[in-house]
Design a protein around this ligand. Structure first.
Ligand SMILES: Nc1ncnc2c1ncn2[C@@H]1O[C@H](COP(=O)(O)OP(=O)(O)OP(=O)(O)O)[C@@H](O)[C@H]1O
Length: 758
């Protein structure tokens, strides 16, 4: 390193050390403020609310300060007009009166030239500097001169403008996705900062940074629309929990915590969908037509006596009442006429039945034997009405005709016997043994979740039980508060044993109510946490990764979560693996926004080297002759290898032993049926429903590899992958495009020998 270079590095190091000192002060301040606020008590509702808001704000700051611990400052912009800004993961201001920015948040407008300026369009820049750091230490600089008249030199001017990007792409993987804040490319930056209204579709081949862009967009939107989005939260939907674990550190590293990450199977509060469907069942359950099927199923739970034979009700006090088919049909017609969902329309049905049975009883008891008007007066009639309404036997009869149902009950019953609602062949695929269907949440599959959500819409929230419980709790709180006040008041009661004390007593009841209200627990949860527990939460923005995988029914669920249709959808139809996945954006979106959506394409592959991408493209060309893969930004000079083996597990074990490195991660991707044998041959490998991706070697089936990446990938028995199911080619394409450095293919000598590569 020349003297010049080390001087520039030293200067930046001094600056960065100053930044960290300031960050430490800010962090200590925020921590102390939280401690003080927690100690400060204050029992009024207002004081508690203010304290909660304050603590939430300070916690947000602390999350941002934590993010600043690594790679706090990564860039510097020197403008021709003399302005000079450092760019960082978070923005930090000085303690002076002007609160001068020391480092500018990467999301601020001022920072944009860092990502967009080129020699052609320098955006006023004279120099752009990339600062590389390890922890708090500056380890490298890379300068680009954008104003050729600028003759000053730091000694860090690089010829290769992409050096920093290429270093990032070449680095060993860790099993966790990292942020790309230092190297966001111009085409990606435009997507990250696109307006948040409406639907934006981002399409791109493997490795084009769709996931990275989607997550940075979430961080950007939270920065640009903090007010709205902190309150309504952002939802990021990814294909499965393992994938969410893989991307889970990106947003915290950008200082953002107000985001809910969820897979489609986690979007019905209270249900964890751990079951699996056959591809056929998932495809049938995912069809848009299922909405109509379920609506019909719900209508068919609104019944009348099957014959003219009335239902006999053995009333506790008044003997037999006869619930006739006519009565039920009238009541049903009236209840359906409300247009309310099933559970919410039920009270109308019940009221009409009770009225009809009361009329029957009035007729029987009050009939004038001489043919005159009924002998009962209105108060008698009202009393009989109450007695009919209070009868358990009457309610049981009403329940038999129009039962209150939970979404879980409805869907479980439907799945136990879908015949008559689906063609027999399809019903056979989705039918679930009632014994399994009733074993609780564990039995649900991801494809059931949109059905549950649909059922919840059709049934309506029957919150009467919840409301009754809330009223009970409130009465208890008031009684308790009254007790507290009584104790405090007791001494005075004896002194003022007169009329005034009565008045005071009444006031105390009112006070007790207020007192109780104040002691209702404030909701300390963040917006994202509250949203996770609330099926009807309307998110401020929804980002869907691997969006090509979602079924039509899953889209219905998601669209309910974002009534404003403020969404970013990222995906690649060529990687569709799910049998229920909708291949076409137009088809997915037409029912919700017509053609009012924007679509952009990412065309550069940052992950897969050209040598590997060529092999993967060959696989696709077998079904799509004109297929053009995204352009790989790198080539490594290492061609993929392949071998054919009789003993596949032994060959894979040899390959893994040869390929595994001290650093980085290796994945073996194989057809599901081969996993147990391969696991036995690779004792150190992590595998199963949720493999630990941070382990040096993981063993996955193709579907599990979606969205992930590894330094080295060994694909086993590609023929079996390619020919398994209607999307086998897509699955093989996904498997072959997961490596950042090396790819090997182990074929089975027993299997079909057709090569994926030419
Ligand atoms: N601008 C960038 N700077 C550094 N790394 C980048 C950049 N863009 C993408 N990458 C890296 O490229 C890899 C692929 O990105 P990502 O997983 O987001 O791609 P994808 O389009 O979602 O891929 P797939 O469709 O195969 O799942 C990741 O390691 C990501 O960090």
């Amino acid at each position: 390193m020349s003297i010049d270079e080390s001087e520039a590095v030293r200067t930046e190091q001094r600056f960065v050390s100053g930044l960290h000192a300031r960050l430490d002060v800010l962090r200590e301040r925020a921590e102390a403020a939280v401690r003080d606020a927690l100690r400060a008590g204050g029992t009024s509702a207002q004081a508690r609310l203010e304290r909660d808001v304050f603590i939430a704000e300070q916690s947000g700051l602390l999350a941002a300060y934590d993010a600043g611990d690594h790679g706090l400052c990564f860039g510097r912009l020197v403008f021709r007009d003399g302005r000079d800004h450092h760019i960082g993961r978070i923005g930090i201001r000085d303690d002076d009166d002007e609160r001068t920015p020391l480092v500018v948040d990467w999301r601020a407008d001022v920072a944009r030239p860092f990502y967009l300026a080129t020699g052609h369009t320098p955006m006023g820049l004279s120099r752009r500097r990339h600062i590389t750091m390890e922890g708090r230490r500056v380890t490298g600089l890379h300068d680009e001169i954008l104003d050729l008249r600028d003759t000053t030199r730091s000694g860090h001017e690089g010829r290769d403008a992409d050096a920093v990007l290429l270093a990032a792409l070449d680095s060993a993987r860790t099993g966790r996705m990292s942020d790309i804040v230092q190297t966001v490319q111009a085409e990606q930056d435009r997507i990250i900062r696109a307006p948040h209204q409406g639907v934006l579709v981002v399409e791109g081949g493997p490795g084009t940074g769709k996931t990275a862009v989607a997550l940075h967009r979430a961080a950007y939107l939270l920065y640009a629309h903090r007010e709205l989005l902190a309150r309504r939260a952002v939802l990021v939907v990814g294909p499965n929990p393992a994938f969410l674990g893989y991307i889970g550190e990106v947003l915290p590293s950008l200082g953002e915590t107000g985001v809910l990450l969820a897979s489609p199977g986690e979007l019905f509060p209270g249900v964890r969908a751990t079951g699996t469907d056959t591809p056929e069942a998932a495809e049938i359950k995912g069809r848009a037509a299922m909405a109509e099927v379920l609506a019909r199923y719900v209508r068919d739970r609104q019944t009348v006596p099957p014959t003219e034979e009335p239902v006999e009700i053995d009333h506790e006090d008044h003997g037999t009442l006869f619930l006739t088919r006519d009565m039920a049909e009238d009541a049903r017609w009236d209840a359906r006429g409300t247009g309310l969902p099933h559970n919410l329309a039920r009270p109308r049905f019940a009221t009409r039945i009770v009225d009809a049975l009361t009329a029957q009883l009035v007729e029987r008891i009050g009939a004038d034997p001489y043919g005159g008007p009924n002998l009962l007066d209105p108060s008698d009639v009202a009393q009989l009405g109450k007695e009919v309404a209070a009868s358990d036997a009457v309610h049981a009869a009403i329940d038999g005709l129009w039962p209150v149902l939970t979404p879980q009950e409805l869907v479980a019953r439907f799945l136990a016997d879908p015949f008559g609602y689906l063609p027999d062949g399809e019903a056979e695929f989705v039918r679930r043994d009632p014994a399994d269907a009733w074993t609780g949440a564990d039995a649900w599959t991801p494809a059931d979740v949109p059905l549950l959500d649909e059922a919840a819409e059709l049934l309506g929230e029957d919150d009467s039980a919840a409301r009754a419980a809330a009223a009970r709790e409130r009465a208890e709180r008031i009684a308790y508060a009254q007790g507290v006040l009584d104790v405090a008041y007791a001494s005075r009661t004896y002194e003022f044993e007169d009329e005034e004390s009565e008045v005071l007593g009444v006031q105390d009841v009112i006070d007790a109510e207020r007192f109780a209200e104040r002691h209702e627990e404030a909701d300390h949860r963040s917006a994202a946490e509250r949203a996770a527990a609330d099926r009807t939460w309307a998110f401020g923005h929804v980002i869907v990764d691997e969006a090509q995988e979602l079924s039509a029914m899953a889209w219905r669920l998601l669209m309910r979560r974002v009534p404003t249709r403020s969404m970013t959808l990222v995906g690649d139809p060529a990687q569709t693996g799910d049998a229920a996945g909708c291949g076409s954006w137009r088809e997915i979106l037409a029912p919700y926004v017509g053609d009012r959506y924007e679509q952009v394409t990412l065309g550069v592959n940052y992950r897969t080297p050209a040598e590997i991408m060529e092999l993967a493209a060959e696989v696709r060309r077998a079904v799509e002759p004109d297929f053009r893969p995204p352009r790989s930004v790198r080539s490594t000079g290492v061609p993929p290898w392949e071998t054919t083996a009789d003993d596949v597990p032994a060959a894979v074990a040899d390959a893994v032993a040869r390929e595994v490195r001290d650093e980085g991660r290796l994945a073996v991707v194989a057809p599901a049926a081969r996993l147990p044998a391969l696991a036995a041959a690779l004792p150190g490998a992590s595998w199963g429903a949720e493999p630990d991706l941070t382990r040096p070697v993981v063993l996955l089936e193709p579907r599990q590899a979606k969205g992930l990446e590894f330094d080295t990938v060994v694909v086993v028995d590609p023929e079996a992958i390619r020919t398994a199911g209607p999307h086998g080619v897509n699955d093989l394409y996904v498997a072959l495009t997961r490596a950042t450095q090396r790819l090997g293919v182990v074929r089975s000598a027993a299997g079909a020998p057709a090569a994926p590569a030419a």
